[in-house]
Design a protein around this ligand. Sequence first.
Ligand SMILES: [Fe+2]
Length: 300
Amino acid sequence: MKPGLSALTHPRTIADFFTQYEKNEPFVVHHPKETLSSLRELDFLSSLDKLLSIWPYSIQAHLPDKRDESSSIDTDPAKAKKCFEEGMGLLFNEAHRLLPLLQTWLEEIRKDLGLSAQTYSRCLIYATPDGKGTAAHFDQNINFVLQIHGTKIWKLAPNEHVANPLTRHLMGTEPDNEMAGYLENELPSQMPKTAQTIELNPGSLLFVPRGYWHSTEAQGEALALNFTFTAPTWIDLFTTALRSRLALSPEWRETANGVSDPERRDEAEAYLETLLAGLKEDLPHWEAAGILGATEPLSE
Ligand SMILES: [Fe+2]
């Protein structure tokens, strides 16, 4: 099957997938041995040792304190092996750099999802020692996990605390200032009771929606390949368009002089007021098609 969303979600349909995607719900399929072989049989995924032997970049080892990538060190393959043996999970970031085929998969999945060409798409490989995994958290990105070796137990729960988070969050820590401003409910200190458990075995494919709570634990050594997409929000598209529009103006491009000087603050405010007046005149003429035409040309 050619690279893309339908190969991942097979034998379930893309329509099936989008039903879940639009509800921001997880989606899982368990591929038989013969499908997705172009990914599952990649030589560098045949074992952790093989991967370590060819990996030319640094590797993130997750320290045991938090069981989370927010507490990690960058290391080289030789030291990474030792970290793994001592029970630390390893993250191989941007693994698509290894192989154009993975870049093709990323690009095709992104287009099938209909995400912006400005999306940050990357492959991650997680190697997890027996009994280890990640503590409960949510991500601002969306993620497809393909289990390559071993078994991983995932706990997943809908996020009733914050919709469409702009940043990642580890349960039990303070939210960043911006997120604190848009929280809908107090963040939980443990996984909600409604959490479902999904067991991933070699060939299992799990879609993890944006902002969905999850934690993982490996049974035996586990290796997983992820396709991860951090897509622009409407905020990103609009502010990009706004910036390019304002950049046409020498007045908007001026250095914001005097703003921190109590003596000149009034003058600075008056100047910004004239800029805003011009923008207010311009804004009624803005149209969605024009914005997307500039930020997201369809000719690709
Ligand atoms: Fe995650």
